[in-house]
Design a protein around this ligand. Structure first.
Ligand SMILES: [Zn+2]
Ligand SMILES: [Zn+2]
Length: 354
């Protein structure tokens, strides 16, 4: 069985097609034939090999343990086509969503159930081979989830953009049902956030984006109001829309500008959750933390439990209405290029012709 994979062989250089024999699963491994692979914004950072951390400095991902050549792709749904001798719980023919946020299973963080925050992360499509490929080898069936009645192309983005949004929303659940929630950034993850917030019972969602097309998409997806984040009076507009300042802002961009906007827009006692990895830095006067009783925290993807909760929510209440466009696996380079150019509204999902 031939396997075709698109790989990063050199940071920032075009992906290269690699062909090999598909692996035979050993032990607890499971081999999937790929049905759908979502294209995520963080792939651009992985491809480039760094995150911007402000002041012209960079966080180097190769030094952090990413090894090349790497097949990216962490939003994967596939059909089980072979299992190792120690596998139980899945069988050939099952269609499964893959939790890519796997850890060592042994460190303190993993043992608390937050494998996504593992101190020695093994994440699929980041630290181990991912789904921009005809086949994907998964190390253990515990990371595979039944998608129920969902279509593979709809389910795939739940593994990253879905669970990232869901986990961030859970961190503002104290005020979600009673107060307006502000979501900055209406790209793939931000739109998922808008849609899921509604499904989780949000009273009101106000979207902020500098791109009018993305503001329109946010309104269609469930936001009651969309504000231009580049407007000189953006803070005033957010304060007016939330009746005096936001109790909760989720920043799905994570640039200096957006996080500063978020901090400026909250009410006393409010919370800012930074999710996006655009890059930059912020300076917060330390007296603001106590005097405004503010919470500034981060959220990174989601846990095994949160993926299960999200699949349950979506199977009960229907898929978030986020625009999804399907493209061929062979167009992965072009799909990433469009994403970098800001031309993608919603999500692109790749499908492999075998
Ligand atoms: Zn992602
Ligand atoms: Zn760990």
């Amino acid at each position: 069985m031939r396997m075709r994979s698109y790989q990063v062989c050199e940071c920032g250089a075009p992906l290269r097609l690699a062909e090999s024999e598909a692996p035979t699963p050993q032990g607890t491994q499971v081999l999937l034939r790929m049905l759908a692979a979502g294209v995520c914004h963080s792939d651009l950072h992985i491809w480039d090999g760094y995150y911007e951390v402000g002041g012209g400095k960079r966080l180097d991902l190769i030094q952090r343990g990413i090894k090349l050549p790497l097949t990216m792709g962490h939003e994967n749904v596939g059909e089980v086509i072979a299992v190792g001798p120690e596998v139980s719980g899945v069988k050939v023919g099952d269609v499964r969503l893959v939790n890519p946020w796997i850890g060592c299973g042994q460190c303190k963080v993993c043992l608390r159930g937050d494998e996504n925050l593992c101190l020695k992360p093994q994440s699929i499509g980041v630290y181990s081979q991912g789904g921009y490929s005809t086949h994907l080898l998964v190390q253990h069936p515990r990371n595979l989830f039944d998608i129920g009645k969902l279509a593979p192309r709809d389910a795939a983005p739940l593994a990253c953009s879905g669970v990232t949004a869901y986990s961030a929303l859970k961190k503002v659940s104290a005020t979600l049902k009673d107060e307006a929630l502000v979501i900055i950034g209406a790209g793939g993850v931000g739109l998922m956030g808008v849609a899921l917030a509604r499904k989780m019972g949000a009273k009101d969602v106000i979207a902020v984006d500098i791109d009018p097309a993305k503001r329109d998409a946010a309104l269609t997806t469930g936001a009651s109001k969309a504000i231009d984040g580049a407007a000189p009076d953006a803070v005033k507009q957010i304060q007016a829309a939330t009746g005096g300042g936001a109790w909760a802002v989720i920043d799905f961009v994570g640039s200096s500008q957006t996080t500063n906007l978020a901090i400026a827009s909250i009410i006393k006692g409010g919370t800012v959750v930074v999710v996006g990895l655009f890059g930059g830095d912020v300076t917060v006067p330390t007296p603001f933390l106590p005097l405004r009783a503010m919470t500034l925290r981060g959220s990174y993807v989601g846990s095994q439990t949160e993926i299960a909760e999200l699949l349950d929510l979506v199977n009960r209440t229907g898929m978030p209405q986020v625009p999804i466009r399907t493209r061929s696996l062979d167009d992965v380079g072009a799909a990433l290029g469009d994403l970098r150019a800001g031309k993608v509204v919603g999500r692109v999902v790749l499908t492999a012709s075998q």
